[in-house]
Design a protein around this ligand. Structure first.
Ligand code: NAD
Length: 510
């Protein structure tokens, strides 16, 4: 790990493309930004943000690469992605450790994130041979109709800090097998993991003589992201982050009639029915609420509990929370690591204040932990609050480990509460009652992009389409037919006859 970090530190941090070309401008020197680890507060690196001039050069290099890459057979592109997957297998421990140190999630989760990259590489390899279009029967004699899918061009990927590498890979691996080129703008809070990914795939790109510009990285904050949104040359902007960011990106991209794919905030609930198996439900709730210190888009934030078992669930949760170990996420015996930064801690404290103001009662009060091993100031105690209703603070995604408890008496009421927030990402019901489970999954049930039975809200497999409705943005990434978002559909009609029959029987005679 140290060696790996050292290697990264001694590499110039730059905007550029993955096979070596880099664009430097000394004017950026005065805008260097620091990357601190939330684990121990140490300065990890000082990063050069991409200048506007650099950015333009990166986009032009990417555009030139696209002209070549789009003509490489898709299975051949898949083979290159397969080799990337092998590189990530090789560096799994190193990259997983860096993810853990830079972002603050547990080592297990850091490695799990790299596993997601490996999995999506495998998925994309198979997909590269399955970019299927349909054929249709023409209404005209001696005609053939079919549709095919072509790549879009330059795909801009804006990613959030909490999944610093997996979200990029969901986008990039599929975008590449589809024939696109990618420009990645990672979160300004986790730039090193992004740089590490570029380094890891560099050799594969070089060895396969992939044109310069197929994989590009730009660094910086919201302003850098907004360049992608404004830029007519970016065919698709895939943005993952807060709803606030998504609304800004959507407005800008829509203003130029461009394409966007949004993966935004969640406010995920679990319904605990009186027919639930609590031995399965309790660990799912606790992992969902405190895993990644409540900083997953799919974290469990609301618990809607049947009134007949409310007290029992409450007691079991308080007991389970009492066993949580909070501390350095690189120590595998700890369950909960730090929040990403001081701003996140301030957001957590503000939410605790609002809970009380809005009539909530804290069953487990939150606090910012101090003392040895907590020097970064980013470690907080996971809290549980009983809420009288789904008040303003419950409607809002606070990116921290705070769990709200609500009571219900009928399943209809529970589903109404579950759906009664602006976000629509992940949802679950715990029940052994078939009618309840099916009702929850029906058109009259959950309104989320993800609806589960007897598993929690958090953590998804790459094989399914991932994303959510309403303020979560409506995008779908990863598995199923998400690849279609990275391609344009073309309908082709071919006349192999000697006449020119027109559609709808129209006659046009000269
Ligand atoms: P954020 O919105 O602050 O930043 C995300 C990215 O957007 C960063 O790269 C940032 O620089 C960029 N950005 C911010 N404002 C921008 C603008 N106006 N124009 C262009 N780019 C801009 O989010 P965050 O704090 O990094 O991440 C946490 C949020 O991400 C949570 O809301 C979480 O639910 C969400 N998230 C969603 C998913 C999902 O798949 N639905 C996955 C991960 C995270």
């Amino acid at each position: 790990m140290q060696q790996f970090l050292q290697k990264l530190k001694t590499q110039p941090v730059m905007s550029g493309t993955s096979t070596g070309q880099a664009f430097w401008h000394s004017s950026a020197e005065d805008r260097l930004f620091d990357s601190h680890s939330p684990v121990d507060g140490q300065l990890m690196a000082r990063i050069y943000p991409t200048t506007r001039e650099d950015y333009d050069q990166v986009v032009e290099t990417a555009r030139a690469a696209f002209r070549e890459w789009r003509m490489v057979p898709a299975p051949r592109r898949g083979e290159i992605v397969r080799q990337m997957g092998d590189q990530f297998r090789h560096y799994k421990k190193d990259l997983g450790t860096l993810v853990s140190y830079e972002m603050g999630k547990s080592l297990q989760e850091g490695m799990g994130e790299v596993q997601e990259i490996i999995d999506i590489c495998d998925f994309a390899v198979g997909q590269s041979r399955q970019l299927y279009g349909l054929t249709m029967h023409s209404e005209r004699p001696d005609h053939r109709m079919y549709e095919q899918w072509h790549p879009l061009g330059v795909v801009g990927i804006i990613s959030a800090f909490n999944f610093p590498v997996a979200v990029w890979s969901w986008n990039a691996m599929l975008a590449w097998v589809c024939g696109n080129v990618c420009i990645w703008k990672p979160s300004e809070k986790t730039p090193l993991t992004a740089l590490a990914c570029q380094q890891i795939i560099k050799d594969v790109l070089e060895q396969n003589e992939v044109p310069e510009g197929v994989s590009c990285l730009i660094t910086g904050g919201p302003e850098t992201g907004s360049w992608l949104a404004e830029d007519q040359r970016i065919a698709l902007v895939s943005a993952t982050g807060s709803t606030r960011m998504g609304k800004a990106v959507a407005k800008t991209v829509a203003g130029r009639l461009g394409r966007y794919l949004l993966e935004l905030g969640g406010n995920n609930a679990i319904i605990i029915s009186q027919h639930a198996d609590l031995n399965v439900a309790i660990p799912a709730i606790v992992f969902g609420a405190v895993g990644t210190a409540g900083q997953r888009c799919t974290s469990t934030r609301r618990l809607i509990i049947h009134e007949s078992i409310y007290e029992d669930v409450k007691q079991r949760l308080v007991k389970a929370y009492g066993q949580l170990r909070i501390g350095n996420p690189l120590d595998e015996t700890n369950h909960v690591g730090p929040l990403i930064d001081q701003a996140a801690v301030a957001g957590y404290q503000s939410a605790l204040f609002q809970i009380k103001e809005q009539g909530g009662r804290l069953l487990i009060d939150g606090e910012v932990l101090e003392g040895p091993t907590f020097e970064s100031g980013c470690y907080v105690r996971p809290a549980i609050a009983e809420m009288p209703e789904q008040s303003e603070i419950v409607q809002h995604e606070t990116f921290a480990p705070i769990l709200y408890l609500l009571k219900y008496s009928s399943l209809e009421e529970a589903i109404e509460l579950q759906n009664g927030v602006p976000q629509g990402l992940s949802s679950s019901v715990f029940t052994l009652n078939l009618r309840e489970a099916e009702r929850f999954l029906s058109a009259a049930g959950s309104d989320c992009g993800i609806a589960n039975v007897n598993i929690g809200t958090s953590g998804a497999e790459i094989g399914g389409a991932f994303g959510g409705e309403k303020e979560t943005g409506g995008g779908r990434e990863s598995g199923s037919d998400a690849w279609k978002s990275y391609m344009r559909r073309q309908t082709n009609t071919i006349n192999y006859g000697t006449k020119l029959p027109l559609a709808q029987g129209i006659k046009f005679e000269l």
